[in-house]
Design a protein. Structure first.
Length: 221
């Protein structure tokens, strides 16, 4: 199988608190790599329709959430209206990383018990709007397969220039096949020093089987 194009090589992505570096140290090697990734994704606020990018790690512990948060913050800093969706429905993590405290969750929006405007929580460090869940969802595949999920993402495209989905691992998570279907691009995050390399191969094979959108790769070091 041919390797997808390399979009960015991100040093320092595996360090604790790396997602804050894009704000605290904008000239660092990490921040420069994230800005390069943003440029490669070629987002534009002039299309009239938000672009959805799914960021998914090939395996556990390769900084997929860190890359997603930093990318969202970089996009917001560049002037793009940006929404970050925590796609890890069984184990939400993004609110903790960002230090954000949502009052309601995406599941409440899909059930009709909460308004989206009250559910989007603003990241005080960047202005990014976060859509997350307050509690783990026991059956995320059922939730994401519902028609209202596609309708929600279609609506998000009208509210933002750039929508980033922080997805869980490609192969072992029930959420990711559904999240790739509502995306325009899938960014696979991999650690070049981790083994076995077959995990990355399995992730890429799964994306092909799902007929996912175009795929690019990010190396997190």
């Amino acid at each position: 199988m041919a390797q997808p194009p390399l979009l960015a090589d991100v040093p320092g992505a595996l360090l604790a608190g790396a997602a804050d570096h894009i704000v605290d140290w904008p000239a660092s090697a990490f921040s420069r790599a994230i800005k390069k990734l943003l440029a490669r994704l070629a987002v534009s606020g002039k299309t009239g329709k938000g672009r959805v990018v799914c960021v998914a790690p090939a395996e556990q512990g390769v900084a997929g959430s860190t890359i997603a948060v930093a990318l969202a913050r970089a996009a917001s800093q560049s002037g793009l209206r940006t929404i970050l969706v925590d796609g890890s429905l069984k184990k939400p993590v993004i609110a903790h990383i960002m230090g954000v405290h949502p009052q309601t969750g995406m599941n409440d929006v899909l059930k009709g018990s909460a308004a989206l405007s009250r559910t989007l929580a603003r990241d005080t460090r960047s202005g990014v709007l976060l859509l997350s869940n307050l509690q783990p969802i026991l059956d995320p595949a059922r939730m994401l397969a519902a028609p209202r999920t596609s309708e929600l993402f279609a609506h998000l495209r009208t509210l933002a220039d750039f929508i980033i989905i922080a997805a869980p691992t490609v192969v072992s998570s029930p959420e990711t096949p559904f999240l790739t279907k509502v995306s325009d691009v899938v960014v696979v995050v991999a650690d070049p020093t981790a083994g076995p390399r077959s995990l990355l191969g399995r992730a890429l094979q799964a994306l092909v089987a799902w007929r996912s959108p175009p795929v690019g790769m990010v190396l997190a070091r």
